[in-house]
Design a protein around this ligand. Structure first.
Ligand code: ZN
Length: 204
């Protein structure tokens, strides 16, 4: 379970107008169960244990009803990955702002169908920051540079300015997580561009 922020707009959002009170509460409860891409275990028993742990009056059957309501209104959808059922929140990033810690931690859950990774999480976070946060991409970049000992991992150069490169480029659906970020000197970064490392090496 994660801490989530409910903006006051949630209660005015016309999309929730048709939902029962139980479905509205279940929906925000699911936010806390979801990962950074809005993926959660879609079972009523899981929701009961996480969202209504002390509520003996709310039965799994009722919760199943709330989930069905949310599914019908297209707030949540289901998908199967390697034989495992998952749920995901539709338009997740419109509902909740993801913080840098979650991007850094990443997630082992599958990516929902049709998911568009923010062109780059950094840019997305920056966009959100204009509403008053701090520059989290700068923090992420600093973490990567520090981890790599301020050395280009492609050629060993320590020449400034050092860039934070997506190993699998954003254009190829590379994600903005520590595992896909590396320190690159400006020359390597510009020459690599939107190529994979293997393509870049073979074409010089
Ligand atoms: Zn280099």
């Amino acid at each position: 379970m994660r801490t989530r922020i409910i903006r006051h707009e949630y209660f005015r959002d016309v999309r929730t107008d048709g939902l029962s009170i139980g479905a509205r509460l279940t929906f925000v409860g699911i936010w806390c169960m979801a990962d950074l891409r809005g993926v959660f275990r879609p079972y009523a028993a899981d929701v009961a244990a996480n969202v209504y742990p002390n509520d003996m009056a709310t039965t799994v059957l009722e919760i199943e009803g709330f989930l069905t309501e949310l599914r019908k209104a297209d707030f949540i959808r289901s998908f199967t990955e390697r034989g495992v059922n998952w749920g995901y929140i539709v338009d997740w990033l419109d509902w909740h702002a993801i913080g840098i810690q979650e991007v850094i931690s990443g997630s082992s859950r599958p990516t929902p169908p049709g998911w568009i990774e923010p062109t780059n999480w950094a840019r997305w976070i920056e966009k959100n920051e204009r509403r008053g946060g701090q520059n989290e991409w700068r923090q992420l970049r600093l973490l990567v540079l520090r981890r790599d000992n301020y050395t280009c991992t492609y050629c060993g150069s320590q020449r400034e300015p050092l860039h934070c490169d997506h190993i699998i480029p954003v254009a190829r659906n590379g994600i903005t997580e520590l595992s896909n970020l590396t320190t690159a000197c400006a020359a390597c970064n510009i020459s690599k561009g939107a190529k994979l490392v293997s393509e870049w090496r073979s074409h010089g």
